[in-house]
Design a protein around this ligand. Structure first.
Ligand code: SF4
Length: 198
């Protein structure tokens, strides 16, 4: 499986940014901050050695103070509950309440990601899978693809040499431009758009 690491990184970064946006949107709907959602997701999967405030701080890369504030907020909202360890009373084990589990089931993973994954075909490479996921998420979010020019549905390669053209603007493209990203990019995985809002 051949991978273009720069492309893979780019796809992952854009996927992550869309998923974070989705997380913010759902969090707003539920009245929960993104970091709280991440803490809830972690606690929903943490084993008995990891369901502690220290582990939450480590997993989320937070200071102990910030993690503690996060957990106090989550307990205040009735999403997390704590019980002292039987072996060491100073140690607290945390778990999700029924309401906390209901929140996690909404965001783990976000609905848009489930839809994008279900819509993906049988990709032959990780890059292809990431690209399909990204394209579907962008379509669901109504966001522009900002893809690489040479992967655009408007991209035209004339003959066998370095003669490239943009089918949208009908202008020639320099070789260097074919590897740059474009706000007018139309993914080959999307239906052709009828209009363009530039
Ligand atoms: S619309 Fe943009 S990405 Fe598509 S071919 Fe033209 S310049 Fe390239």
């Amino acid at each position: 499986m051949e991978m273009d690491f720069a492309l893979t990184y780019d796809l992952l970064e854009r996927l992550a940014s869309l998923l974070r946006a989705e997380e913010r949107r759902v969090g707003k709907e539920l009245g929960v901050e993104p970091v709280h959602l991440r803490a809830l997701r972690f606690l929903g999967r943490a084993n008995r050695y990891s369901d502690t405030p220290v582990a939450v701080a480590e997993y989320l890369g937070l200071t102990k103070g910030t993690a503690s504030q996060t957990l106090i907020r989550l307990q205040g909202k009735g999403l997390v509950t704590g019980r002292p360890s039987l072996k060491d009373k100073r140690k607290l084990h945390l778990s999700l309440t029924k309401a906390g589990r209901a929140v996690v089931s909404r965001v783990n993973p976000p609905r848009a990601f489930k839809e994008a994954f279900a819509a993906s075909s049988a990709p032959s490479s990780l890059d292809e899978l990431f690209l399909e996921l990204l394209t579907t998420l962008q379509r669901i979010n109504g966001s522009k693809s900002f893809g690489i020019c040479k992967t655009c549905a408007h991209f035209q390669h004339r003959g066998t040499g370095n003669s490239y053209r943009c089918g949208l603007t009908e202008e020639p493209l320099k070789v260097r431009e074919t590897g740059l990203i474009c706000r007018e990019h139309l993914s080959l995985l999307n239906e052709p758009a009828g209009t363009n809002d530039s």
